[in-house]
Design a protein around this ligand. Structure first.
Ligand code: ARG
Length: 458
């Protein structure tokens, strides 16, 4: 069919090419931004005497009616249009006639699409920040409730040292706070308007890019028009941050899966976020957590897809860049879904402190404290470490733990032992003695918790 852009070409494209070329089936999602951008553009054109105020008002009213009809569903996207920009312009011209044809003065789809995408992502990134905060809040809530629960801390997935459950959860809160800060930083760099860059070189019309940018809530304009239409860093930067955030969520999801297994039994995930098996009646599977872990790969894939699409592209706009949208939309959708499910799953998760404690009592996770005890008594740490090691080995042989290893046995290893050794290997003491800032001691965990809560209020 003949195209709006029929000029030197006949505009007669094959149906196959039309379908291949069209982005409307995915870029329709930017219709609000597209219309909002066009309204600001029409207003600027009139303010700069490029079109009349009458024409501008007609355009804005026409765009408003399109917006309302799309919002209400009266108007749908089932037209053979090349993209959302053509779609809106075509309907506008149908509705208001000649003035509609003036809207595209002093702009191009190249700057228009870059504008729409920045505005769309500005709003999505804002939502993702809110959703991130909801997950942090859920983590802080569980950390607060579980402040006193002792659980083994792991390295190499081997029981290592006793920690507070709240301490472990707050580690994730810290990571997500940084993710939130990274999104905020990316948004600062993204909030510059490309509109008015036109096809690539700017325009001969006396436009006012800055007032148009300000009307659309931007902090300024892209200073180089070629950069304005070619830059997709803002997509890559957000996708990088989303990838990091998904990596964090996947680690947390993995721990939920482990912790809720029969092997650990540290937490119970609410039935609302688990599934059963079709043949094994006893099964309770952590599908939601597994999907969060699994969907992390998609987001990495989206980032790689766009990085690869942009690699080696000559300036300025190339149609390859239309591939940006499906990648970033998928990344946005995926991160949002994962954050949306993680918050209530964490909120409703039931910690099982008895089991945590039982696990902490096995595995000699107080062996470091035994060595530290001897060190306090004047034994050099390396010697103390060796002594503690042989005591642990002896306990294993005898089926004992450090807490009930008899004093006369301790004395066979070193004459520095005394009755106070039991104090030193007591798990509660092991935790409360870790007074270093950021450590697992209750005071430190409490101050981490208030830091996180403070950040959430900002
Ligand atoms: N649908 C296009 C995209 O998403 C809009 C820009 C098209 N510009 C052009 N000169 N063909 O990138």
């Amino acid at each position: 069919m003949a195209k709006m852009w029929a000029g030197v070409t006949s505009g007669q494209t094959s149906k196959l090419a039309d379908d291949f070329n069209s982005s409307l089936h995915f870029d329709w999602r930017m219709y609000r931004q597209d219309i909002q951008g066009s309204m600001a553009h029409a207003a600027m054109l009139a303010d700069c005497d490029i079109i009349t105020h009458m024409e501008s008002q007609q355009i804005i009213a026409g765009l408003q009616s399109i917006l309302e009809d799309l919002d209400s569903g009266k108007l749908t996207f089932d037209r053979p249009c090349e993209d959302i920009h053509m779609f809106v312009e075509e309907i506008l011209t149908e509705r208001i006639g000649e003035p509609g044809k003036k809207l595209h003065t002093a702009r191009s789809r190249n700057d228009q699409v870059a504008l729409d995408l920045r505005m769309y992502l500005r709003s999505e990134a804002g939502e993702i920040r809110q959703l991130t905060k909801a997950v942090i809040k859920a983590l802080a809530g569980q950390a607060e409730a579980g402040q006193g629960y002792i659980v083994p801390g792991y390295t190499h997935l081997q029981r290592a040292q006793p920690i507070l459950f709240g301490h472990h959860l707050l580690a994730y809160a810290m990571m997500l706070l940084r993710d939130d800060a990274r999104i905020r930083d990316a948004m600062v760099r993204m909030n510059f308007s490309p509109i008015g860059s036109c096809a690539l070189a700017g325009t001969t019309y006396p436009t006012d890019r800055r007032s148009e940018a300000a009307a659309l809530g931007f902090d300024g304009i892209c200073l180089n028009s070629i950069d304005g239409v070619s830059d997709r860093d803002f997509c890559l930067e957000l996708m990088s941050v989303f990838s990091i955030e998904m990596m964090h969520l996947s680690r947390l999801a993995e721990e939920l899966i482990l912790w809720s297994s029969l092997e650990f039994r540290f937490v119970r995930i609410d039935d609302a976020f688990t599934t059963g098996s079709s043949i094994m009646p006893q099964k309770k599977n952590s599908d939601m957590a597994e999907l969060v872990r699994g969907k992390t790969g998609r987001v990495y894939g989206d980032l790689m897809a766009l990085l690869t699409a942009l690699k080696g592209l000559p300036l300025a706009y190339n149609k390859d860049m239309q591939e940006d949208k499906e990648a970033i939309f998928d990344a946005v959708d995926t991160v949002k879904m994962c954050l949306q499910i993680m918050a209530p799953m964490l909120e409703t998760m039931k910690p099982l402190p008895e089991n945590m404690k039982k696990a902490a009592q096995q595995g000699f996770i107080n062996a470091t404290d035994l060595a530290d005890y001897l060190t306090r008594k004047g034994v050099p740490f390396r010697t103390a470490y060796k002594l503690a090691g042989s005591i642990v080995a002896d306990c294993m042989d005898k089926g004992l733990v450090l807490e009930n290893y008899p004093l006369e046995e301790y004395l066979k290893h070193s004459d520095r032992f005394d009755g106070d050794v039991y104090d030193a290997v007591n798990l509660e003491n092991c935790v409360s003695r870790r007074i270093s800032e950021g450590g697992t001691g209750p005071a430190s965990v409490a101050s981490q918790l208030s830091y996180v809560k403070e950040q959430l209020k900002k």
